[in-house]
Design a protein around this ligand. Structure first.
Ligand code: 13P
Ligand code: 13P
Ligand code: MG
Ligand code: MG
Ligand code: MG
Length: 364
């Protein structure tokens, strides 16, 4: 019988500002899942990265299940009540609709889900980021599943040597396209090098056809029609035995890449790998953070977590991210620290631009 691993996240109020989640909200969400998920879930784990609550759920209901999505929605609603009581910042921020309508997609929370037959040993990593957007996973997923300089398994493991398939979503035109690597590496890069629009949704093994990775891809601001923070994405990666080793999946984060987000969702900054304890973006509301929690699945039970980026081997990545942050901050409101105008369309900048519009005169 197949297992479904579902990760659903939402920001329903920051403590303080946009830096973290108040413990009371986590208690509310956890209590809700415990009470109401008894017959539905095999196991669950509630955590947070920055101001985003992450619900990690295992069950046998399959992806896009209305009961599972409804359960998560109601858990966020319960947490929102606490956020309102405490007058937390942006209470209910990512819940765009008042009522649940069968599937949580399009309602604001981010979802990454995958269904598979649990292997004799099933190590998985849940990557969770704050102060950035789903395209932030493009670079690390490419490194994990297509770059032999990152993943030696692509070279020496016969079960990986044929490569992987990448399903890429166009978040503006709502279309998808699948590439087979290594043959179509260059075509893949044409799109995923533009992570504000094209996002890797799923990765599949060419050897087994099995799902290897799944991310949460949506554009919150496109759905909301106004600026309401970033999408702060999550991503699930299965590891070992024909898939990247745990260390190969973590390796791309050793060299912090630049992602969109940070202050007011309007800046480019380094994605800093941190432990759960350090997932409290503060400087200029950042820099953007990523946490990696490892679990061994055992008949659907979540054995863990292992807080991978707490390891000292990521100290120099953090140092580098801080150095890059120092450098970029000197640019202040100038591009490329500030995002280019296309991306600023989805922030509060156009409201200010409107005021200047009537002051333009023709140049002779
Ligand atoms: P072990 O010999 O420690 O199991 O390591 C195997 C492996 O996959 C390392 O990446
Ligand atoms: P969040 O998407 O994490 O709420 O960030 C919003 C923001 O504006 C940070 O400065
Ligand atoms: Mg927030
Ligand atoms: Mg956030
Ligand atoms: Mg957000």
């Amino acid at each position: 019988e197949k297992l479904t691993l579902t990760v659903i996240k939402a920001d329903v109020g920051g403590f303080v500002g946009h830096s973290s989640v108040h413990p009371k909200l986590l208690q509310k969400a956890e209590a809700h899942l415990k009470e109401n998920g008894r017959d539905l879930l095999i196991d669950f784990h509630v955590t947070h990265v920055g101001d985003d609550i992450n619900l990690i759920l295992t069950h046998r209901e399959g992806p896009d299940n209305s009961e599972i999505h409804g359960l998560a929605w109601d858990a966020f609603k319960a947490a929102t009540e606490a956020a309102k009581e405490l007058k937390l910042y942006g209470a209910g921020q990512d819940l765009l609709k008042d009522a649940f309508s069968g599937n949580i997609k399009g309602l604001g929370p981010g979802v990454a889900e995958m269904e598979f037959a649990e292997r004799p040993s099933e190590p998985v990593i849940i990557f969770m980021a704050d102060k950035t957007e789903p395209g932030a996973w493009n670079y690390p997923l490419y490194k994990m599943f297509a770059d032999p300089f990152n993943t030696i398994g692509l070279v020496i493991d016969p079960k990986m040597h044929d490569g992987f398939k990448f399903e890429v979503h166009d978040l503006i035109d709502n279309k998808k396209i699948t590439f087979s690597t290594p043959e179509e590496l260059y075509d893949l890069l044409v799109l995923i090098g533009a992570p504000g629009r094209y996002c890797i949704k799923n990765v599949f093994s060419k050897t087994t056809g099995e799902i290897a990775a799944a991310s949460s891809t949506q554009r919150l601001n496109l759905m909301a029609g106004k600026y309401i923070g970033k999408d702060d994405p999550v991503c699930i990666v299965r590891c070992q035995s024909g898939l990247p080793a745990v260390g190969e999946a973590l390796e791309p984060f050793a060299n912090p890449h630049l992602v969109s987000g940070w202050m007011r969702g309007s800046h480019s900054g380094p994605l800093m790998p941190v432990s759960l304890k350090d997932a409290t973006p503060a400087r200029f509301d950042g820099p953007p953070r990523v946490v990696a929690l490892g679990f061994q699945l055992s008949n659907g039970k979540l054995v863990g977590p292992q807080d991978f980026f707490a390891d000292v081997s990521f100290d120099s990545a953090r140092k580098k991210a801080n150095d890059v942050a120092d450098y970029l901050r000197h640019l202040g409101p100038f591009e490329p620290h500030r995002l280019h105008l296309d991306e600023m369309e989805y922030t509060t900048l156009p409201l200010v631009m409107k005021k200047l519009k009537n002051r333009f005169e023709d140049i002779e």
